[in-house]
Ligand binder design. Structure first.
Ligand code: ZN
Length: 412
């Protein structure tokens, strides 16, 4: 089956009427996609393994005992999401890994490294926070037990949700020499510049602040206005403050949002006693992010006083900005040029599993264009030509990584 045929088949799992997919982590639709993917891998001669946090690995051992070059992305999605985000990278990675095996055999070449494809569990972080969970556990940044005990808004743990789809295994000890990932851009730069391939050279930094606003439950009608300690009123002021935080910064140097909110008791006739919300702040520069968060903390103090509520930041998840390995950017640029595709250096605003992996192994990340930059939306779209161009470059890059070229660059 061709890549596009496989991609069309894969896009039927969790398909939504609007042309997208809904496959939140460890949901039934995620389980169906994972099972189909595991079956595809087995059919193509991969050894399929699953680790304790539900990451799926498809291994092709070409050089017994050698470390693996890993390639992949994630099969889970946001609610009402596009069908390309993550899923494209997993399937392209699988096809690319297979091509490395077939090309090495055809050329009678022995690669230096083995190759494996991975579906990282819960990259999206919509059902279970934080995002990029499977890759964070893999690199040792998030303890396995903490991840497994994390609950969704209904109180279901990651462990139970994974068990419900038969998604937990015992695989350990994969020795990874390099990582590659391809993803849709989720921005407009490639399209606006008429470029086919983005060479990801840097990533934005982000802080996700979990905030609890505490007031006092009271009657919406009877309570005198002066007595009210309305948690939702405090939360509303905070939402506005988060949005207005950008006013003090240059255009596109700061992105802010309040993305999630739960309130108790959520009754038509009671003032909220508690609101829990997620504040998402990002910048290409660490110093700007820190300035923004410091300003927000000051503003939180005055909002709490004005609204007569308490506002606590109970958790902060952060990833730092930083460059991707320059030798990897150059290597990917060489392959794009050799194959005749326009290309340019890109920065990723979104976090990716590559953001985690690049902290521990040489990592190459590629983008293909997103029409109108639409993302986390059913209307997300990338053309077939661009999907195939990305796969073409990924295959060549992966072949060179398996030949140990980036390793040589890194240690020379
Ligand atoms: Zn993604």
């Amino acid at each position: 089956m061709s890549f596009l045929d496989d991609f069309r088949t894969m896009s039927t799992f969790g398909a939504t009427p609007g042309g997208g997919v809904e496959r939140q982590a460890a949901s039934a639709a995620d389980g169906e996609t994972r099972r189909w993917f595991g079956g595809w891998l087995a059919e193509q001669g991969f050894r399929v393994e699953v680790d304790a946090i539900g990451n799926i690995f498809g291994l092709l051992e070409l050089v017994p005992g050698a470390p693996y070059v890993l390639v992949g992305s994630h099969l889970d999605s946001q609610p009402l999401a596009g069908r390309f985000d993550g899923a494209y990278g997993v399937l392209a990675g699988a096809h690319a890994a297979r091509s490395v095996r077939d090309r090495a055999a055809a050329e009678g070449a022995t690669p230096r490294f083995n190759v494996a494809v991975v579906d990282w569990f819960n990259e999206e972080g919509s059902r279970f926070k934080p995002s990029m969970m499977g890759s964070a556990v893999h690199i040792g940044r998030l303890p396995l037990e903490t991840a497994l005990a994390t609950t969704d808004p209904r109180g279901v743990s990651v462990a139970d949700a994974l068990d419900a789809i038969g998604g937990r295994g015992e695989f350990t000890g994969l020795d990874v020499s390099a990582y590659a990932e391809i993803h849709v851009e989720q921005g407009r730069e490639l399209e606006a510049t008429g470029t086919t391939i983005g060479l990801v050279a840097s990533t934005w930094t982000a802080q996700k602040l979990e905030v609890v606003v505490t007031g006092e439950q009271a009657h919406t009608g009877a309570a005198p206005m002066a007595d009210r300690r309305d948690a939702l009123f405090g939360a509303a002021k905070l939402i506005v403050a988060v949005r207005e935080l950008i006013d003090g910064f240059e255009v596109e140097q700061l992105h802010t949002a309040v993305s999630e909110m739960y309130l108790d008791p959520n009754s038509p006739v009671a003032l909220a006693r508690e609101v829990r919300m997620l504040v998402d702040i990002r910048s290409p520069r660490q110093d700007l992010l820190e300035t923004a968060v410091a300003r927000l903390r000051t503003t939180i103090g005055s909002i709490a006083a004005e609204a007569r509520v308490e506002i606590d930041i109970v958790d902060v998840v952060e990833w730092s900005s930083g460059p991707f390995l320059e030798a990897g950017v150059l290597l990917a640029g060489e392959e794009a040029a050799r194959l005749g595709y326009s290309h340019r250096r890109s920065a990723t605003v979104a976090g990716h599993d590559a953001t985690n992996l690049k902290e521990v192994v040489p990592t190459v990340m590629l983008f293909v264009p997103s029409v109108d930059g639409i993302s986390h939306n059913e209307r997300e779209f990338t053309s077939d030509d661009d999907l195939l161009a990305g796969l073409d470059v990924l295959q060549s890059v992966l072949y060179r990584l398996c030949a140990g070229e980036l390793e040589t660059e890194r240690t020379s």
